[in-house]
Design a protein around this ligand. Structure first.
Ligand SMILES: Cc1ncc(COP(=O)(O)O)c(C=O)c1O
Length: 385
């Protein structure tokens, strides 16, 4: 019989949601007091804040100098769809999906844009075979599948000499994983993920090849104002200097700036990546020494270091979905882990956000609670039988 005593220590911060994710360590609303509230985002002050957000993003991520970085509406979804609606249709497209967000972009391409698409799919826990992807077509994919915890294992899978554009939804990867910029033509993300920022704004990063496509090709379908990146066949450069298409929240911008400055203060991208790796390592070690729980990612090389997805494998569990839900609910009720149930379309289990704003000591403190909740739920199941 496993020990069922309640663990002694609690995570100091029980926020393990995969988005919006935990704010930076020590965050308080007072940190946003420099936000230019009630001022125009087109004032010198507003524009300077937006430009600083772009500049710090470039500096911390190491985005090449000739790539454009823009702040766009509608969070990551807005940035991805903006890229798809502006760029696709000039050539065939390969759509890659191994969980629900990738699947959402497949729906966009096939059902909305009605493109001639080669769709590559892998079930939850696996990844598509990149050797079968035609990179002379445009390719749309998610770097880290947030709902399956499966990520692209290496940038080397993308040929440097491709003819098509690579459009990468990197929202749960960027700031926590190395990205091969020279192999990515479009990278998108939202502040609400690894930086613990707010939703609503997306970031759209374009390679020179993506800009060349924008300036040489006009899609057959109409583009609403909110999606328009060109005027008279030329890129609207202002968007990439902080002259946003419509009004951003300067409070959210300030919040992102605070997070970027924190990232810089701890050592930039290498430090952010190290934090996520350490957090995911704690979960991996825990899982490796238990025979009742496993990572949903079948190949450890593809296992996410941010949205770590786990499944219960104990044969005594009768109703997997109900069991996993009950474990997550019990942990939430104890106040030790919020929002760690698997995503609604994913296989039953837990999803523990291990991104860079999460403290390793909190992940360590959470592990005994998962074991405790598992045992409690098994006992409850036996009692109900
Ligand atoms: C991989 C991926 N793509 C897109 C989204 C949608 O992001 P947003 O709600 O910021 O538009 C998410 C959100 O979790 C995600 O994980």
């Amino acid at each position: 019989m496993t020990d069922q005593t309640i663990p002694a220590a609690r995570p100091a911060n029980p926020r393990f949601s995969s988005g919006p994710c935990a704010k930076i360590p020590g965050f308080t609303l007072d940190m946003l007091s420099d936000a230019p509230l009630g001022r125009s985002h087109r004032s010198a002050l507003g524009k300077a804040k937006l430009a600083e957000a772009i500049d710090l993003t470039r500096e911390i991520l190491g985005v090449p100098a000739d790539y454009r970085i823009g702040i766009v509406p509608a969070s990551d979804t807005g940035a991805v769809e903006m890229a798809m609606w502006n760029l696709l249709g000039q050539r065939k497209v390969d759509m890659l999906a191994w969980e629900s967000f990738g699947e959402g972009w497949v729906t966009d391409a096939v059902k909305q844009l009605r493109l001639d698409a080669n769709v590559h799919r892998a079930p939850y826990g696996q990844i598509v075979d990149f050797a079968r992807v035609d990179f002379d077509n445009d390719v749309v994919f998610t770097w880290n599948g947030t709902t399956s915890g499966v990520r692209v294992p290496s940038g080397a899978l993308i040929p440097a000499d491709r003819q098509g554009l690579t459009i990468c939804d990197a929202t749960s990867a960027v700031f926590a994983m190395d990205l091969p910029w020279e192999r990515l033509d479009v990278v998108t993300f939202s502040w609400q993920k690894v930086m613990g920022g707010e939703g609503a704004h997306g970031v759209l990063i374009l390679s020179p090849r993506a800009v060349e496509r924008l300036e040489s090709y006009s899609p057959a379908w109409p583009l609403p104002k909110i999606f328009r990146l060109t005027k008279g066949g030329k890129l609207i450069e202002g968007i990439f200097r902080g002259e946003t298409i419509n009004t951003p929240s300067m409070l959210c911008v300030e919040d992102y700036l605070v997070a970027l400055k924190w990232a810089k203060s701890i050592g930039g991208l290498p430090a952010l990546i190290a934090r996520a790796n350490a957090n995911a390592g704690v979960v991996a070690d825990f899982v490796a020494s238990r025979d009742w729980i496993a990572n949903l990612a079948e190949d450890p090389a593809t296992a996410s270091t941010t949205s770590v997805c786990l499944k219960f494998t104990d044969p005594r569990i009768r109703d997997g979905a109900a069991f996993a839900k009950a474990v997550a609910k019990r942990l939430e009720k104890e106040g030790v882990a919020f929002d760690i149930g698997a995503y609604r379309d994913a296989p039953p289990g837990l999803r523990i956000w291990c991104g860079s704003t999460v403290e390793t000591s909190d992940v360590e403190a959470l592990m005994p609670w998962i074991e405790w909740a598992f045992e409690q739920e098994l006992a409850a199941q036996a009692e109900a039988a």
